[in-house]
Design a protein around this ligand. Structure first.
Ligand SMILES: Cc1cc2nc3c(=O)[nH]c(=O)nc-3n(C[C@H](O)[C@H](O)[C@H](O)COP(=O)(O)O)c2cc1C
Ligand code: SF4
Length: 524
């Protein structure tokens, strides 16, 4: 046993050295927070495919995001090889509802020839936000991809900072979420300021909306638009909920609420009570700030949308953008019945609301933003085909900055420091390196969208129409997306003028394709 006298101290020293290395490195939050233990996760991830052949779930069996989807986000965020080998493992032929995109052999746009080309592609929105209603600060968003509203409170300060810095690097908008505009939102990324029912960050001491405070907030940060939150796909008709465990001193101060108690936002706004007063408020906010103003909502009963659009058509008042959030969307915390069963999933909800605008000729005047697992290119393409102009990505951006889908966001014990206020756990999340990952992910998503647009023969994903996608009904049938949702010709596309403008914008990029020049024979 003499060997043990030397081997044991040597092993302990080696482990201590490894633990110290884990503690000091900044790349992996899990290893920083759980030295040595965190390594097990990376080991399991790397040998997972082999293990799963024999034991547990397949690549498409985990939810909300499958293993394949997460692997794609992680690899994209690290700018590693995000290709998959051997062909699809989706059961395409036997999965009713599976969307298939129809490429075009000779389209107007030519696809790039190498995987890396286009990572820096510019992908602005095809519509000008606030343009139709001539808002003073109307603008064309530089990126069709935006970071969806997730408050400081549900997310940690470093996570919000990483996302904001990532938004600055990728040139995309970052929605504050309903928790107000915190110090973590001021790292260069341009903002959509969300107004929830509690009006955090722009309320007076009695919790009433305070216009002067809103204007101060807008003046003190790069706020480009305002979003009134009516509802969220994961918990429509409920106010936001921040469990007591997550109400830190900093959050209590930012929001103006007591510490140690659940922070429950009201379920209704006090500033309006119907479509008419909502539109009055929209016009007031737009006039006072000059900013485009929109609404975010999940889709249930359609009466709200018909009444809203009737009033827009008849009175000339109106919202500049509409964010439709699907029932499959995420939340920091909500009752199971709401996350599982209330409000329509994105595709069905959006395809009901868009026609309500289109039937009143309002669809070209409104920017449509979609959310609900749209940070994955296949879902995103269907959203564009249905008429979305922009996407808001929430949990996929969380994955990009280190979330491992442990689904403990409501407990304050998030192991990666993304969705907790626990100082030890948030310490592991390094905003500087994670911001680069957020930016890589957003750029990769834009690049993939561009590649699919080119495969469909068009210059921009906003020009992919409802005829370019078919929905499989099983092995022997498929129905064009246009027929599935009863879309009329032209629905789902921007106006002719917007189409022309975006084609011109995209044509500034050198034509891509990577082939050699044609042979003399071909040239005639
Ligand atoms: C942790 C967390 C916090 C969220 N906070 C808000 C919020 O403050 N306001 C809001 O409108 N939506 C909030 N959401 C919903 C997201 O903005 C988004 O609409 C939804 O998750 C769907 O997008 P996804 O599938 O890409 O995550 C939150 C989602 C998560 C996961
Ligand atoms: S790692 Fe888990 S607890 Fe943390 S944000 Fe992701 S899902 Fe939520």
């Amino acid at each position: 046993m003499r060997w043990a006298r030397h081997a044991v101290p040597a092993a302990v020293t080696a482990l201590a050295a490894l633990a110290a290395r884990d503690l000091l490195q900044r790349e992996h939050a899990l290893r920083r927070n759980f030295p040595l233990l965190g390594r097990a996760r990376y080991l399991l991830e790397s040998i997972g495919p082999e293990l799963r052949q024999y034991i547990v779930a397949g690549n498409n069996e985990e939810r909300p995001f499958t293993r394949d989807q997460r692997r794609w986000v992680y690899a994209s965020a690290k700018r590693q090889n995000n290709y998959f080998g051997f062909g699809t493992d989706n059961d395409i032929e036997y999965t009713p509802g599976y969307p298939v995109i129809k490429h075009r052999t000779f389209g107007r746009a030519v696809p790039a020839s190498t995987p890396t080309i286009g990572h820096e592609v510019r992908l602005p929105a095809a519509k000008v936000l606030g343009g139709a209603r001539r808002r003073t600060h109307a603008f064309r968003p530089e990126s069709v991809v935006t970071i969806s509203g997730m408050s400081f409170g549900s997310l940690s300060g470093p996570a919000v900072e990483a996302l904001n810095r990532g938004a600055a690097i990728a040139g995309c908008l970052h929605n504050t979420g309903e928790g107000g505009l915190s110090a973590y939102h001021r790292h260069g990324g341009e903002l959509i300021l969300q107004l929830g029912t509690a009006y955090f960050g722009c309320r007076d001491d009695q919790g009433r909306f305070d216009l002067a405070r809103l204007k101060d907030a807008v003046a003190g940060a790069p706020v480009r638009a305002l979003e009134i939150k009516l509802s969220q796909g994961a918990k429509p008709s409920l106010g936001g909920l921040l469990p007591a465990a997550k109400v830190s001193a900093e959050i209590a101060a930012t929001r103006g609420i007591p510490m140690g108690r659940d922070c429950v936002s009201p379920s209704r706004h006090a500033e309006f009570s119907d479509c008419d007063s909502l539109l009055d408020w929209v016009e007031l906010l737009a006039a006072e700030t000059g900013l485009p103003v929109g609404i975010k909502s999940a889709v249930g009963d359609l009466d709200f949308w018909t009444e809203l659009t009737d009033l827009m058509r008849d009175t000339g008042r109106g919202v500049d953008f509409v964010t439709i959030d699907g029932g499959e969307g995420g939340t920091g915390a909500a009752p199971l019945i709401f996350t599982d069963s209330v409000s329509l999933p994105f595709q069905q909800g959006f395809a009901r609301v868009y026609p309500v605008f289109a039937e009143r000729d309002l669809h070209e005047q409104v920017v449509f933003i979609g959310s609900g697992k749209l940070g994955l290119p296949d879902n995103a393409v269907v959203a564009f085909a249905l008429g979305c102009d922009m996407l808001a990505v929430g949990r996929e951006a969380m994955l990009a900055i280190g979330c491992i889908q442990a689904q403990k966001c409501h407990t304050d014990t998030c192991p990666t420091g993304v969705a907790t206020q626990n100082a030890w756990l948030t310490r592991g999340l390094d905003p500087a390196s994670k911001s680069v990952r957020a930016a890589h992910y957003i750029k990769t998503l834009r690049r993939d969208l561009m590649k699919v647009a080119e495969a469909c023969g068009v210059e921009h994903p906003g020009l992919i129409d409802a005829d370019a996608v078919e929905i499989l009904g099983g092995r022997t049938s498929a129905t064009p997306l246009r027929e599935v949702y009863g879309y009329r010709p032209g629905w789902g596309l921007p106006s002719a003028a917007d189409r022309k403008a975006v084609v011109e914008l995209m044509s500034i990029e050198a034509p891509q394709g990577g082939s050699a020049p044609p042979s003399p024979t071909a040239q005639g």
